[in-house]
Design a protein around this ligand. Sequence first.
Ligand SMILES: [Zn+2]
Ligand SMILES: [Zn+2]
Length: 441
Amino acid sequence: MSKFSRRRLLQTASAAIAAPTASALGQSASVITGRKFRAWVSRGTGTGRTKLEDVTLRPIGGRQIVVRTEGTNLCYSNTTTVLGLPGMFAGPLTRMAIIDGHGGVGVVEAIGPDVRRVQVGDRVCVSGTPQCGNCYQCLRGRADMCQFLGRQGPNDLVPIADMRDGTPVYASSHIGGLAELMVTFEEWVVPVFTKAAAVDLAMALSCVSVAGLGASTSQVLASIAPGATAAIVGCGPLGLSAVQGARIAGASRIIAIDPIKARRDVALKIGATDALDPNAEGDRLVAKVRAMTSTPNNRLWSGGRDAGGLLGGAGADFVIEGAGADRAKPRAEAGPDPTGVLPLRQAYEMCAPGGHVITTSLPSGNISLSAVFFSIGGRTHHAGQAGGANPMRDIPRFVAMLDARQYDAKSLATRVVPLDRMLEAYEEVLYRTTVTAIMTA
Ligand SMILES: [Zn+2]
Ligand SMILES: [Zn+2]
């Protein structure tokens, strides 16, 4: 028998490698309790349901992490719950005191004893989408659909702080970004090793930016090929991140579509080659995109794309849709359909046969499409959370894009406010008078 055994070799090698880093298998807990912090706490219904409160941190344990918030994006999808608008989801959650805000960036202040992913002092993204690594979806490469994301009902949330009168306070989405401290779980946190400014980092790693960059560059849902044509339907912070992702991926033509002129202007500044106003184009919008993407020629037997229709070749190779429904009538230019269904349908129709449609928005109602178009038209539809991004794999890449100045965060963060001015900035987000807003804490 050889005096070299595989097992002995591995033991020797791992001892040599692991000796200086024995803590890699675990780390001692760093638990802080009783700390006071300011938080926007929502409770009840109607306007005025969200108030700035002084709360007291509860002890943490297990896989919990306390993050000192540097910045968080004021996501449009939370406007109804934060501002207490009509149509707000009513139910048991409205009777609980909850810190809203599903994402942010900051610095780890304390960890529970079972945390391995991050250490105290790490800068982290608290991702809008978790990645547990163990669920059915994570195991199949679809961490954007991680099943932990759905575990945020009234019985799933745990109290993380107390109000002065003893009322327990919970963190929405296990995150609670609208506060000086976020108390979350390991699965929601991604360490980021960067010196980027807090506002830039909060913008680049917001739920919507991750979704836009994910849809355009994560290659989970679809891979934009260099030289391909792309259309981006809806240019809020998600669509404007997708515009940048399409540029970074090397698309040759990037058509940005949005009713708001200020957003089309930003799109042109950060990488779109063309910008279209869906109100001005009306029923001609789809035909216009098809005409603009009839490249490199329109000769049938010369590799070109002919006029379109079911089997024609015209249309964008990749369409990323990020329009969604209006939560209130915009004070900026309103789009042609407040439900968001029309832009969703147009996104499908402007895609080339053989092309890919990636949808990311929150529309309302039902969609109807030409059945034969849908059945054999050759378009592939991809749906997912976070544009298909896998947080632990993709967020560090998005940080690299920011650090390398490939991703322009400043052009998207058109409003930046301190914590105590969160509500006024959220109104601007609601009425679409800013691209988005970043709250610093
Ligand atoms: Zn969001
Ligand atoms: Zn999972």
